[in-house]
Ligand binder design. Structure first.
Ligand SMILES: C[S@@+](CC[C@H](N)C(=O)[O-])C[C@H]1O[C@@H](n2cnc3c(N)ncnc32)[C@H](O)[C@@H]1O
Length: 266
């Protein structure tokens, strides 16, 4: 039997049997719904930064004919040991190295991929796993896709614009890009696109987090690489009114998780 001491995603493996992820199943399902995905029947889907594969398996369940789950950092790390160290460090207010710079980096054995592999097997899934660093790998081997999911990963990119250019190369004409990301707003700030920068571990005690866009910068990234029909599906206006009011009254920047999509011209 495969031991998976650390799950990130809650994945329903059989009716009523759900992996113990970091958030309840309905939180992941809500993000999926918020993306405003097109009909996936017969479509090809690339899930960049797939982790345990919740969104890859969901795309397959929704009828996609080809789903590629791509990841490296988490898959190549002993995540149970890494998260234990990260929690201890956070309690002490100190940072930990990013997974690839840590002593838990094990690219030969891919311990962090075990949960994905176990779920894939139990779901009898045909999702293809590709181990690779999206920013440095040869993209030509992947093919092109009708749908690319870039969820929870934009803020891990040291260079967001080149990352978006690489995604653009992978989209078929009319293709859909779904983005979920940490985002920032400053109530009362001039109406302009900007990114907040995290030089060390300021965001979530994770030194692999670099940038959070505001809504305009997020849209700007899609425009800059030639995508159109940008829609901010979850923006600051969708936050609970009390949270929004508190942030406005404090007149300080606030962070939230934005969900958006855009299309390649057809
Ligand atoms: C916060 S998790 C998001 C997981 C999932 N997409 C979600 O939204 O629930 C970020 C994931 O991106 C992966 N990742 C970060 N940088 C990457 C890169 N350059 N290439 C491939 N995967 C990367 C990490 O290994 C991790 O699995």
């Amino acid at each position: 039997m495969v031991q998976c001491p650390e799950w990130y995603h809650s994945i329903e493996l059989a009716p009523g049997i759900v992996t113990p992820g970091r958030a309840p199943l309905d939180v992941w399902e809500r993000t999926l719904r918020n993306l405003g995905l097109p009909d996936l029947h017969g479509k090809s889907v690339l899930d960049i930064g797939a982790y345990d594969g919740f969104f890859s398996f969901a795309a397959e369940r929704l009828g996609a004919s080809r789903v590629v789950a791509l990841d490296e950092h988490v898959w190549a790390t002993d995540m149970a040991a890494y998260i234990k160290e990260w929690k201890e460090a956070r309690a002490l207010g100190i940072g930990v190295p990013a997974p690839r710079d840590s002593r838990h980096w094990q690219p030969q054995t891919l311990p962090g991929k075990r949960p994905f592999d176990a779920a894939r097997k139990l779901l009898n899934s045909n999702v293809e796993a590709v181990v690779g660093n999206f920013m440095t790998m040869d993209l030509s081997s992947l093919g092109r896709f009708d749908v690319v999911l870039f969820l929870g990963i934009l803020y891990h990119m040291e260079d967001p614009l080149p990352a978006m250019r690489r995604i653009r190369r992978l989209l078929n004409p009319g293709g859909f890009l779904g983005i979920e990301t940490e985002a920032v707003e400053i109530p009362g700030a001039p109406d302009a696109p900007f990114f907040e920068f995290f030089p060390t571990n300021e965001l979530n005690n994770d030194s692999a987090n670099w940038w959070a866009p505001n809504a305009q910068a997020l849209e700007g990234l899609t425009i800059a690489v030639g995508l159109h029909k940008f829609q901010l599906c979850v923006g600051p206006q969708h936050l609970p009114p009390v949270a929004l009011l508190k942030a406005r009254m404090a007149r300080t920047r606030f962070r939230y998780r934005a969900v958006a999509h855009a299309y390649a011209p057809g």
